[in-house]
Design a protein around this ligand. Structure first.
Ligand code: ATP
Ligand code: MG
Ligand code: MG
Ligand code: MG
Length: 476
């Protein structure tokens, strides 16, 4: 079943059940806590928080999501994209646990002939929050799952809140057992590679207080109107229904791998190290294009830096596959062709998208070779002197003069068995920022951009990519 059909079935199911179809929001929403939209619920936050009355009691959407926090998993696990589509159904004070579980069970196990996904019920496992007996009873009644396939789990995985006072509640997650060839038995609690998480149901019922992150403190009350927020990973369902090995080989991602095979003359599946590169290229090409489509341009701060990091990682990965020509415009065209049918703006806006990737690639290529030479010298010197840590000033120089994002340097160092003095690097970055602030003040141009990310930058550093992880707390 094609990815597009998976999304369509989801929306059709929930439209038929009285949900209003709401289009995906942009990846960029004005939310000071998020760099990018990372879950379907983000655009509905005002309704969940009671800041605005919901215009409908039930809604459904397929939301574009970017999770930069998953970047290190990309290509290595079977299941993490930086860009993916989250299908969701939402109830604002309308149906609650029973309705959410019934719908999910019907869609997941309903036959394909009847509009469902047709998963074998004998392979489904679910998790519930450790004290949520109500959800356990409902799962038993609605699905008939045996007790051993309903697992209790703690707050880290199965309790949701926004990290601030407001709504929170237990979750229940649906997993598919890929079989014993893929890992240990014992359910998702034992092995999340073998048991693939496909859908998270959040039961928003609690009111969290100031001091009540997650489950450590009891909620201060019960919400007057209970809500449902769910998120199903469309790419994950595609991975299973297309009978491929991971989310990168599905119909909307794999074509970039094929393009990279064609360019490099190397074959995907022939070498484990190359395979990770192929998957990184395919994943990042898609997220890069989707971000540019929503108005992000490469830069040295916040969102632009994330995009730069994704694009530059493609360029370097493709070089490691032996290709020395510019590649980004061609990859972007493949993404346009695969994603265009669902996101027509990518087609109409392609000239702009292409010029953005072309310019970024040119800029990076101009310094990649000399930067790599500096890196190699520094790595050799470090090893020769018996060290294992690349000095922070080298990482800074690579960043400042050659445009190497810090995590590119980290990745290159790791390939040589080295680490990087990140603290030293950050110190130099802070000093530089301080200097440019003073310069700006001296020039009396300190009107600032006034953007919410200014304070984030001040806290985390202009190019501290890892720091953004904290901001990208996953919403569903
Ligand atoms: P995982 O534990 O596998 O990282 P998660 O628990 O972080 O997933 P949720 O926050 O519950 O994911 O998001 C809801 C659903 O979105 C997941 O059940 C999954 O199907 C999908 N999803 C989450 N992260 C990704 C990703 N990086 N790539 C593709 N799909 C994802
Ligand atoms: Mg995750
Ligand atoms: Mg999970
Ligand atoms: Mg989850």
């Amino acid at each position: 079943m094609q990815t597009h059909e998976i999304s369509k079935r989801f929306l059709d199911h929930f439209k038929a059940a009285g949900h209003t179809l709401v289009p995906s929001a942009s990846l960029i929403l004005d939310d000071p806590n998020l760099l990018f939209v990372n879950a379907g619920m983000v655009q509905f936050k005002p309704y969940f928080l009671g800041e605005e009355p919901p215009p409908y009691p039930r809604a459904t959407s397929v939301q574009k999501c970017v999770r930069t926090g998953d970047i290190d998993e990309v290509g290595k696990t079977t299941r993490h994209n930086t860009f993916f589509q989250m299908a969701g159904n939402f109830s604002f004070g309308d149906y609650f646990k029973a309705g959410a579980i019934e719908h999910a069970w019907q869609l997941v196990t309903g036959s394909q002939a009847d509009g469902g996904y047709g998963f074998d019920p004998d392979r489904i496992w679910v998790t519930v929050y450790r004290t949520d007996d109500e959800a356990i009873d409902l799962w038993r009644k609605i699905s008939g799952l045996p007790d051993e396939r309903i697992q209790r789990r703690g707050g880290k995985d199965n309790y949701w809140d926004m990290g601030v006072p407001g709504p929170g509640g237990p979750c229940s997650e649906i997993y598919y057992d890929r079989g014993e060839a893929f890992g240990r038995p014992g359910g998702p609690v034992a092995d999340e590679d073998r048991y693939l998480e496909i859908w998270n149901l959040v039961f928003m019922q609690d009111e969290r207080g100031e001091l009540s992150p997650k489950e450590d403190h009891p909620p201060i009350g019960t919400l007057p109107a209970k809500n449902i927020d769910t998120g199903m990973g469309v790419e994950r369902v595609a991975f299973l229904l297309q009978d491929v090995a991971n989310v990168y080989e599905t119909d909307l991602v794999r074509p970039v791998i094929s393009k990279a095979e064609e360019m490099s003359g190397r074959r995907y599946g022939a070498d484990d190290v190359d395979d990770v590169r192929f998957r990184v290229i395919a994943d990042h090409a898609r997220s890069g294009v989707m971000l540019i489509g929503d108005g992000v341009t490469p830069g040295n701060e916040a969102r632009g830096y994330v995009l730069r990091r994704l694009l530059r990682r493609i360029v370097r990965s493709v070089r490691l596959l032996g290709v020395n020509e510019p590649v980004l415009p061609e990859f972007a065209a493949v993404v346009r062709d695969t994603m265009g049918p669902s996101y027509p703006d990518l087609v109409s806006d392609f000239a702009r998208i292409e010029s953005v990737v072309r310019a970024e690639e040119e800029t990076f290529l101009a310094t990649l070779t000399s930067g790599s030479r500096i890196f190699d010298l520094a790595a050799t010197e470090t090893k020769r002197s018996g060290g294992a840590v690349l000095p922070g000033d080298k990482a800074f120089q690579l960043h400042d003069t050659y445009g190497f994002p810090i995590d590119l340097t980290l990745e290159m160092a790791a390939e040589q068995g080295l680490t990087v003095d990140e603290e030293g690097f950050r110190r130099l970055m802070t000093e530089q920022r301080q200097r440019s602030k003073e310069d700006a003040a001296a020039r009396k141009v300190g009107h600032g951009d006034g953007g919410a990310y200014r304070s984030i930058l001040d806290t985390h550093g202009v190019t501290d990519f890892l720091g953004y992880r904290d901001l990208n707390t996953e919403a569903t």
